[in-house]
Write a protein of this length. Sequence first.
Length: 298
Amino acid sequence: MSTLIVLVGPTGVGKTETCLRLADFFDVPIINADSRQIFREIPIGTAAPTPEQMARHHHYFVGTHTLENYYSASLYEQDVLQLLNTSTAPIALLSGGSMMYIDAVCNGIDDIPTVDEDTRKWMKERLDKEGLEALTEELKILDPEHYAIVDRHNPRRVVHALEICHMTGRTYTSFRVGQRKQRPFKIIKVGLNRKREELYDRINRRVLQMIDQGLLEEARSVYPKRGLNSLNTVGYRELFSYFDGEIPLDEAVRQIQSNTRRYMRKQLTWFKRDEEIMWFHPDNYKEILNHINNSLTP
């Protein structure tokens, strides 16, 4: 494998169909780069490829794990590189919107130790018992440098940093060297984007479509596992609040739409920092294909 085509863009932009068309043209499978589509129990809320789309081209890393399985950008990097190293095809196609997963494959990720099960279980129990605020204060003491930059409202980020601190006796910051790794293949990055109003409308309509497809039933089926990090996800958090009687259904739907739009803006902010990405409107497929073909030319 000599070239990796990477198709990125915010949620709701239309990556799936463009990716399928590219897979048709190059006759290659698709490597999924969505950190939640790997979980088989939640295909509706994560907008996972449909069975028809999966039949059209093989998709790696879709529905391959259960919600209880620990998975991370570091493990994803290892799995994708192993897949690419065993491929004899000259081209591979990777597509998704999970920023850290894509960065892990393209640039490498810091060699942070994998947290053992005992530490993970202990920290989960502490989070349930003591709450996020108490653990955040502990992180301030154990690793003040990371405390200054971490999203203190994200329990997964706070807990993971503490897991590393307690398991290794070192700060989480000490493992974050940020050195870019060389890859033995060429990378062509293509970004998809639309006008902001167009994205907002697509997101709002897609959330309603998910509700029609059975998102409520899907969320109810995983509700007993609501404490898992894998369910700390837009669409499920809001519906869990509805199930708890904290908000009415219409408010839960409104919050899902709002939080999805917020996540979309976060994705664009992240991707726009990467000067290697060439941006296109999804409707301009011929331009996208021409750019890729020209980039493949030595």
